[in-house]
Write a protein that binds this ligand. Structure first.
Ligand SMILES: [Zn+2]
Length: 372
């Protein structure tokens, strides 16, 4: 099997515009033959998103035998508005590759492919699996479709998942999730000169007061904290929106959005129930409620130890979320990828080229450890 150059592959991926709201089939069209030339079986999981746009999650698997390893990346990027240069023209500047998605996460994806591509299928006694999901940045639909429908994934019988999101190649064995409750108050709009209106903002005010008290309690009460995270608190926050109602009109509608970051083993279920209960007690409408858990793999799990050994870095936790939350209930999961999370979603996003080449070595070591 021929080797693939991780830098060139990253550049090729950056050149394909795969902002989340677009049909991302061009990514699959580009990668599928590369996978096939390197001995992978491939499968496309195609679906139509909520806005009616066709999306494709591409998966590839090589070797065979239960207990192998999956590398789960996404192909979509954030919009790239605000760039002063063309986001889809990759530029090498010194030790960096600049381009939209270079770090989050086309570079990391390219590193997994470059690691697995040169290994002959008959050298593998367990499966190596690579996922290229759609819609990660806007709700994980591509990963959910894959988990529900992929025959290749079912057949792979994986034991471990690596999520190559940028962690500067640190092994991340736990991260926070994301939860939110949207509460709406309905009032009656009227000009204050006739004083006949009902302000939705006044209706929602007692609830806001309770949330302000709850915010202080969460900071104070350590039963809401998890010491393995920095910070140990769930980042409880509230925003409100009266849709630009002017000062001489009563608000017809005011929406409060409560958000926090669930941590494994914390009290987020209690919190969610308390918030919803408070809103209902004031006769407010709970317009949506969602909770994505965080994940936690034992720091002593073989995959965590192996990633720590392969990277020569100490396992740690992070406070941002990834699709690892979906994979962790099924596989021992570690988030570990090249590039810094500080670069994700920024204008002028870049990745250090040395991190890309080191990632290829790290993923190669993991495949050798677990699948050969
Ligand atoms: Zn990402």
């Amino acid at each position: 099997m021929s080797a693939l150059d991780v830098l060139e592959l990253t550049k090729d991926l950056v050149r394909i515009n795969s902002v989340s709201d677009r049909n991302n089939a061009p990514i699959a069209d580009f990668l599928e033959p590369i996978f096939q030339e390197h001995g992978f079986a491939t499968e496309r999981i195609v679906y139509t998103d909520k806005k009616g746009v066709e999306k494709t999650t591409l998966v590839a698997s090589k070797g065979g035998g239960a207990g192998g390893i999956g590398f789960f990346s996404h192909s979509d990027t954030v919009p790239g508005t605000g760039w002063s240069t063309d986001p889809w023209t990759p530029v090498v500047a010194g030790d960096r590759l600049i381009g939209l998605g270079a770090c989050d996460m086309k570079g990391p994806l390219a590193a997994t492919i470059a690691a697995a591509a040169p290994i002959a299928a008959d050298a593998l006694n367990k499966t190596v699996f690579i996922a290229v999901t759609a819609d990660e940045e806007i709700g994980y639909q591509g990963a959910k479709e894959m988990l529900a429908r992929s025959e290749l994934l079912k057949g792979a019988q994986l034991a471990m998942a690596i999520v190559p999101e940028p962690t500067s190649l640190d092994p991340v064995y736990a991260h926070k999730g994301g939860a939110g409750v949207e509460v709406t108050a309905h009032g009656v709009a009227a000009h204050t000169s006739n004083d006949t209106g009902i302000s939705a903002t006044f209706l929602i005010a007692p609830f806001l007061n309770d949330m302000a008290e709850l915010a202080m309690e969460i900071k104070r009460d350590t039963s809401y904290h998890r010491p393995e995270f920095v910070p140990p608190t769930p980042g409880f926050n509230v925003t409100i929106n009266d849709f630009g109602t002017p000062g001489n009109v009563t608000a017809a509608r005011t929406v409060c959005t409560v958000g926090f970051r669930p941590m494994p083993g914390d009290r987020s279920d209690d919190l969610l129930a308390y918030i919803v209960g408070k809103a209902e007690s004031y006769g407010l409408e709970v317009t949506s409620s969602r909770s994505m858990p965080g994940f936690s793999t034992s720091p002593d799990a073989p995959v965590v130890r192996a990633v720590a050994a392969a990277t020569d870095r100490a396992p740690r936790t992070v406070s941002y979320g990834t699709e690892g939350s979906l994979y962790a209930p099924l596989y021992d999961t570690v988030v570990c990828g090249p590039g810094s999370i500080a670069q994700a979603h920024t204008d002028g996003e870049w990745i250090e080229i040395a991190q890309l080449t080191e990632a290829v070595e790290v993923y190669t070591r993991l495949i050798e450890t677990f699948c050969m």
